[in-house]
Design a binder for this molecule. Structure first.
Ligand code: C5P
Length: 257
């Protein structure tokens, strides 16, 4: 996407909510996942920079671990962020709120903190620190064009099986079905929403969900997919940290990121 086709800062007011309150147990013992370092910088700071890199995003709401809001606030203060003169704040504002016990609750707490003027909301996992700005802009553009909910997603490389989950981990599991891979997509973030729709979804849907768009689906409203990006992968397991470091090292070599 060229610079000219990017959503402009003067368009519909757009905010990003970053749930960053998870412990990240699958990554192994240590600090909350969002606060682990990548290339010497906390993963959360990369995620915040990725949202603020979009000219359209003028507010980033970070949802911190329930007992870590002060620590996260000082981390944001300590890192120069895009558009900001060194050590200062530029055209993107930041808010930090304490999170909840589930991702869903954390997102809801972030939404509760949004000032009324924001009409488009992105929800972005802190655990996807390297999403390129073009993906962020493509999501915003599709919401501006009228979709109530937009998700970036990629086709699957692996064939997927539905199984009857075993009671004991490691036990053989019977296969129930093999969905047609060509109709499946692996969904990433940021997911983009018309603000009123997302708020209604969070007020209405109480089932446990793993992404926000599925709550909008449960309202019976359309959700559309735009192309995702390989570098928007979620840092979940130790190997993902190795991959993330490699992506960062390549960016530093090619564009001094
Ligand atoms: O656990 P999972 O990897 O799906 O978490 C996705 C995102 O949701 C992470 O950025 C994590 O920090 C966040 N999260 C949260 N509050 C929770 C659980 C997860 O903000 N209680």
């Amino acid at each position: 996407m060229s610079d000219d086709s990017r959503p402009s800062p003067t368009g519909v007011p757009t905010a990003a909510v970053i749930p960053a309150a998870g412990r990240g147990v699958r990554l192994g013992p240590g600090a909350p996942k969002a606060l682990r370092a990548l290339g010497g910088t906390p993963m959360l700071i990369h995620a915040v920079r990725a949202m603020a890199a979009s000219r359209a995003v003028s507010l980033v709401v970070v949802v911190a671990p329930p007992d870590g809001a002060a620590e996260v606030k000082s981390l944001l203060d300590a890192h120069a962020l895009p558009g900001a003169p060194s050590g200062g704040r530029g055209s993107t504002d930041f808010l930090v709120v304490p999170g909840g016990y589930s991702r869903q609750e954390s997102v809801k707490l972030g939404l509760d903190a949004l000032p009324p003027e924001y009409e488009i909301v992105l929800v972005h996992d802190a655990a996807r620190p390297l999403v390129p700005v073009d993906t962020v802009d493509a999501v915003i553009e599709a919401v501006r064009e009228g979709a109530p909910a937009v998700v970036p997603a990629l086709p699957l490389a692996d064939t997927v099986k539905e199984v009857e989950p075993a009671d004991t981990p490691g036990e053989a599991e019977p296969v129930v079905a093999t969905p047609d891979r060509s109709r499946l997509r692996a969904v990433q973030t940021p997911q983009g929403f018309d603000r009123a729709t997302l708020i209604r979804a969070h007020e209405t849907v109480t089932d446990n969900v793993t992404d926000d768009a599925s709550m909008v689906e449960q309202l019976g409203l359309p959700v559309v997919v735009v192309p995702g990006h390989a570098e928007a992968f979620k840092v979940t397991r130790p190997l993902d940290l190795v991959l993330a470091e490699a992506v960062l090292a390549r960016r530093r070599m090619t564009d001094g990121f």
